[in-house]
Write a protein that binds this ligand. Structure first.
Ligand SMILES: Nc1ncnc2c1ncn2[C@@H]1O[C@H](COP(=O)(O)OP(=O)(O)O)[C@@H](O)[C@H]1O
Ligand SMILES: [Mg+2]
Length: 276
């Protein structure tokens, strides 16, 4: 696998997403309390933390599914007190879901094509009638989707209903569906959950390749600490809805609050070794 730390930091650009003092509660449950962090263009930014820490809620604030009670979202220099899913999509923010949101009965090809809908400009009627421009546009979209299928190396399953694929491949299709939107920023909610080591390595490589080849900015929730340390530029650590750490993987790994809250004995040993 490519070494994230040395090769790529120079590509990271200016802040593209700035979350400012975000608070979100569900009734009495404080999911997020006064959290601020930023994401730079072309960066791979990880969000980690124990179950219930607020990670998925944070992604849902970013893409407008949840409305924070407090705080602002600055994307590309524009300030919002809330996003809407539609606006987020129009601004080029795509996401995958912790629990897959694919159409199980539909083929791999059609699932990825469904991610393309936002990009389709011609009306449904002209598409239905196969009038000239619509037909050409349809062909262009098909070509784009075929490129994604090649990129993710899932050609062999193009026509297979997604529900029949093993879980690891379904996760890859979900990534393909998000890529079909040609996102500027990709939000990945535990893209490697439930995978074996080999599948995790594959997915890590696809994420790095997306970041490299398309320049896509990536915000990634992930539990596997090895993966996070390998592929992310910077890491935010949440615990009980509060931010307890923010920095490079090495800095976060050495942060005593993080070690205490989350990383456990293993990381403590590593941190001690790193400091020695
Ligand atoms: N739609 C919701 N309604 C009520 N409570 C929610 C909702 N979404 C999340 N929560 C609560 O917010 C907290 C953070 O959840 P979540 O963001 O899913 O954490 P994580 O992704 O870090 O495991 C949890 O206590 C969870 O129960
Ligand atoms: Mg979650």
């Amino acid at each position: 696998m490519m070494d994230k730390q040395s090769g790529r930091a120079s590509r990271v650009g200016d802040v593209v997403l700035d979350m400012k003092n975000i608070s979100l509660a569900f009734g009495g449950v404080k999911a997020l309390t006064d959290i601020s962090f930023d994401v730079r263009e072309h960066e791979i930014r990880a969000i980690i933390g124990p179950n219930g820490a607020g990670k998925s809620s944070m992604l849902n604030v970013v893409n407008g599914v949840y409305t924070p009670q407090q705080g602002n979202i600055v994307f590309d220099g524009k300030t919002f007190s809330r996003m809407s899913p539609r606006r987020a999509a129009e601004m080029g923010i795509a996401r995958t879901f912790q629990n897959l949101a694919l159409f199980k009965g539909m083929s791999v090809l059609d699932n990825i094509m469904s991610g393309r809908n936002l990009r389709m400009k011609c009306g449904l009627l002209s598409q239905a009638l196969r009038l000239g421009p619509a037909e050409r546009e349809e062909t262009r979209h098909r070509e784009f989707v075929e490129n994604i299928i090649d990129f993710l190396e899932i050609q062999a399953w193009r026509k297979t209903p997604v529900g029949r694929l093993p879980y690891g491949l379904q996760k890859r299709v979900d990534l393909g569906r998000a890529l079909a939107m040609e996102p500027r920023m990709l939000l990945l909610d535990e893209p490697m959950a439930g995978m074996n080591i080999e599948e995790k390595q594959d997915m890590s490589r696809y994420i790095l390749d997306v970041n490299d080849e398309f320049g896509t900015t990536i915000v990634l929730i992930e539990h596997d600490m090895g993966v996070v340390m390998d592929i992310s530029d910077r890491v935010v650590v949440l615990d009980y809805g509060r931010k307890i750490g923010d920095g490079t993987p090495d800095a976060v790994r050495a942060n005593p609050d993080v070690i205490r809250a989350y990383l456990g004995v293993d990381a403590q040993a590593n941190a001690t070794a790193a400091q020695a």
